[in-house]
Design a protein around this ligand. Structure first.
Ligand SMILES: CC(C)(COP(=O)(O)OP(=O)(O)OC[C@H]1O[C@@H](n2cnc3c(N)ncnc32)[C@H](O)[C@@H]1OP(=O)(O)O)[C@@H](O)C(=O)NCCC(=O)NCCS
Length: 162
């Protein structure tokens, strides 16, 4: 069930610590992932939502950030967007927050002229819940590149036509 008591906001500088804290607490994320999220966040806050290539959306409840998504247009495409990151506070999983965030990211992509959203994830067992989340959210398993991240760790590409 999607959570109905959330506030969806364009996050500001003040939300940075919460967003990065949520990311750091996700056991699936590796130090390199956190560095990348930090870089995208830095560009987003430095340039602002209108000028930034990357866009963030955050979900708040009672003033507390419980999750975020980050997306941006894929360079050299017309209307293809990447969902770079989506993460929900690990103490609030399975409460419908991810669903609400993903839905909002899709709406924003569409409003910006996007027609195709790509979510890349890993093929290893630990990402099975993430893959279930995308499948359940109407994404199609479009491609798999074997041994992409490392030997035995595939890249799995999900897509959704908006
Ligand atoms: C993936 C993630 C964002 C989902 O957020 P969430 O708020 O827990 O997901 P929701 O509660 O909205 O789940 C929606 C549906 O997805 C599926 N789903 C979500 N988590 C699942 C899990 N752990 N196992 C099986 N199915 C799952 C279910 O069908 C669920 O509906 P249901 O609870 O009514 O059965 C969250 O688990 C997360 O932060 N994971 C770690 C980070 C990550 O993998 N991000 C994606 C790559 S960047």
């Amino acid at each position: 069930m999607p959570a109905t008591d959330l506030q969806l906001v364009v996050p500001t500088n003040a939300d940075g610590a919460s967003i990065l804290g949520i990311a750091r607490n996700i056991e699936l994320f590796e130090p390199g992932d956190i560095d990348t999220i930090q870089e995208l966040w830095a560009e987003f806050t430095a340039k602002g939502d209108a000028a930034s290539w990357y866009h963030f959306v955050a979900a708040r409840r009672d003033g507390q950030v419980l999750g975020f998504a980050c997306y941006g247009q894929r360079p050299l495409t017309q209307g293809t967007y990447d969902l770079y990151w989506i993460a929900v506070d690990k103490n609030h999983h399975r409460q419908g927050i991810g669903e609400v965030l993903l839905d909002e990211a899709e709406k924003q992509v569409k409003a910006r002229g996007g027609r195709l959203l790509i979510a890349e994830t890993a093929g290893k067992l630990a990402f099975e819940p993430t893959r279930r989340f995308y499948l359940r959210s109407g994404y199609q398993l479009e491609a798999r590149i074997r041994d992409f991240y490392s030997p035995g760790d595939d890249l799995v590409v999900f897509t959704k036509r908006l």
